[in-house]
Design a protein around this ligand. Sequence first.
Ligand SMILES: [Zn+2]
Ligand SMILES: [Zn+2]
Length: 276
Amino acid sequence: MAKRTKIPEKIKSYLFEEAGMKCANPGCNNYRTHIHHIKEWSVYQTHDSEHMIAVCPSCHDEIHYGKLTIDDETVYLWKNIKREKSNRDHLYIEPSYTSKLLLGSISVTGDNGVKVFELTNNTKLTYRIEDEDIFLMNLSISNQNGKEVLKVIENHVKYIVDDKINFERRPGRFKITTNRIIDFIPIWSMPIIHKMQPNYKIVDGVLTLTDVEVLKPGLVKVEGLWARNDVVIIITNDSLNFIKPGYSKPLSLIGEGENSVLKWSGKIDSSMFRFN
Ligand SMILES: [Zn+2]
Ligand SMILES: [Zn+2]
């Protein structure tokens, strides 16, 4: 058996892209991948990209040793999937009979979830509970022209691919930032937002549009900025802030952490915070 040589970087990056920058298994959302030679190395002994695929370490183990067979035919099927440039993700939230969204230092809850606010059709924050313990996040963020840059539908994340939008992720967390602050924050609100200092800083001109993190089963922390022409809502690491024209400073809700709870007992389709 020939000594295995290193896979050329060019082939690796081709295969990563072919798999949509994730595991090529369409049923897997792991993002860290490495390369599997589909036909055994002993047969080919070459790095032929036609017979190689990017899969995550778990799926790779399954291919070689799994009980539920992943045969070469299946792997070639995965390889032949035509994928767009990746702009999808999925947030897994471990189920729990208690559910809360932590907004800064205060959390919100409701028996079947909470519609926290809905400024417009594509500027909103909601979660709902299905079958008592399944936590489904829904949120949208748009720029000032009403163009949606991020949408989460029941834990499925879609975002636009744009050089002004930066997407980062790890299992249980994703974060979207932008360097185009002016596209997202109405001018009138700037002096009011400035009063949020020193706790709110737009570091080096980079604005956090959303930062969602699963902290515990049924507990999700959300930071971000949602704006309409007459309302801005900013959730920072420690406060939930409402800003309207004429305010001298933001109206801020500050609690003591996840155990400071606002419980919604209204209808699931009406908002906890309304602005008319
Ligand atoms: Zn392999
Ligand atoms: Zn996988």
